[in-house]
Design a protein around this ligand. Structure first.
Ligand code: FMN
Length: 205
């Protein structure tokens, strides 16, 4: 039997408890229930410095980049901050610049499932920000997304998810990401055709 796909979740806010970290863990459970091997990178535990290429590569950034590179698929979770992702989340994905020289580079051939928790009802703005980033990094945005609104009603004061329907939806997202990863494995890569799209789309002609 083929080995399971590896789904890596990354995100959460820097506060404790973090509802976006809880939501991420629930989605990752869904991936595990669908047969994936899983791992979670809680950004609050990474202690990443702000991105710069000037002073060498900090171990936390190397750890993040290696784990992401080894994943078949990703789950991204950020709190909605000011109509976008948090600065901490954006800083983490900026460190994925370390994957520029890998083969294949960045997030090539990796499906990425996206979720957010928001105090209000405009979490889709954070999802859209993530979508731009995924595509900039050559990843594949999974169409099913989860923007959990009104987080104080959905999570208790300890950050536990108390809404069963939301839990089921997050499980569904984890399962969908796993399904996409399996399909990528079965059907091969989706690399740009040599000389075809590459020249015109990426401006290399
Ligand atoms: C700096 C900051 C900016 C925020 N901006 C928004 C926002 O634009 N829209 C919104 O719905 N909620 C906003 N919120 C509320 C958070 O999205 C909400 O509390 C979220 O659940 C926090 O996630 P966490 O529990 O993982 O920290 C903001 C919170 C902070 C601290």
């Amino acid at each position: 039997m083929a080995h399971p796909v590896l789904v890596v979740g990354m995100g959460g806010s820097l506060r404790t408890p973090s509802t976006s970290l809880t939501a991420l863990r629930v989605a990752v459970e869904g991936a595990a229930a669908a047969g994936a091997d899983t791992d979670v990178i809680a950004l609050s535990r990474l202690d990443l410095p702000l991105y710069t290429a000037e002073h060498g590569v900090p171990p936390a950034a190397r750890f993040l980049a290696d784990l992401v590179y080894g994943a078949d698929a990703l789950l991204w979770s950020s709190p909605t901050y000011h109509g976008s992702v948090s600065g901490a989340f954006k800083n983490a994905v900026d460190w994925l610049a370390l994957l520029a020289d890998r083969d294949p580079p960045y997030l090539s051939n990796k499906p990425v499932g996206m979720l957010t928790t928001a105090g209000g009802v405009q979490g889709l703005q954070a999802i859209n920000s993530m979508d731009f980033i995924v595509r900039a990094l050559r990843g594949w945005s999974v169409p099913l997304v989860m923007a959990v609104p009104r987080s104080t009603r959905v999570f208790d004061a300890d950050g536990n998810l108390k809404d069963r329907v939301v839990a089921e939806q997050l499980h569904g997202l984890g399962a969908e990401v796993t399904r996409a990863a399996l399909q990528f494995r079965a059907e091969g890569t989706c690399d740009y055709a040599e000389g075809g799209l590459r020249g015109s789309v990426l401006g290399e002609t």
